[in-house]
Design a protein around this ligand. Structure first.
Ligand code: ADP
Length: 173
């Protein structure tokens, strides 16, 4: 192993995304990635051209709640180029999850773009665990708005806030 200063010390990855809202599929990626990295920064990307269901502050707030017990997980938000943010926080990798071939297509293109922007930032992709395959924030929002149960897909606090947001009330649990 070369002594490049990064091969020692804390290894940190940035897990960027919309997280609108965070699901158990996202949480699963973070928990598994903690077996590889010492620290994960889960970072909400601020996209001014995309209006989400939750504000950036609401998403960060829910994520802080979800990861409260995990000392090695930090929640943040960022704007601008992801590779710049990764450098700013002193991370060495970008973490992303993959569910389907469609995800792969998109992630592959983004990975090549990021690599051309900053060849020093590595990108790590983790395959979803089977039960999270069809868990996407947009499908879950659709289910909630139609009155379906999503206990197995969302942390309780997120389920409550989403239900309030989309149906104007809590789940009663
Ligand atoms: P995006 O960043 O593309 O807006 P999300 O915020 O929903 O998408 O997700 C952030 C990252 O987590 C992406 O890499 C996405 O593929 C991944 N991801 C989302 N849901 C799951 C899941 N159920 N299993 C594995 N990875 C997931």
């Amino acid at each position: 192993m070369g002594d490049d200063g990064q091969s020692r010390g804390i290894s940190c990855a940035v897990y960027p995304g919309s997280f609108d809202p965070i699901t158990f599929g996202h949480v699963n990626i973070v928990k598994r990635a903690l077996k590889i990295f010492d620290r994960i920064i889960v970072a909400v990307a601020i996209n001014t051209s995309k209006h989400g269901t939750f504000t950036i502050e609401e998403r960060v707030d829910m994520m802080e709640d979800v990861f409260r017990g995990d000392a090695n997980v930090e929640v943040a938000s960022f704007s601008g180029l992801l590779v710049d943010y990764v450098r700013t926080v002193g991370a060495r990798a970008i973490l992303r999850g993959i569910r389907t071939v469609t995800d792969f297509d998109y992630e592959f293109q983004m990975a090549l773009a990021n690599k051309s922007l900053d060849p020093d930032v590595e990108q790590v992709f983790m395959m979803t665990e089977g039960k999270y395959l069809y868990h996407s924030s947009s499908i879950i929002k659709e289910i909630v708005s139609l009155g379906g149960a999503v206990h197995e897909m969302l942390p309780p606090i997120v389920e409550k806030r989403l239900s309030e947001k989309l149906r104007g009330r809590g789940t009663g649990s």
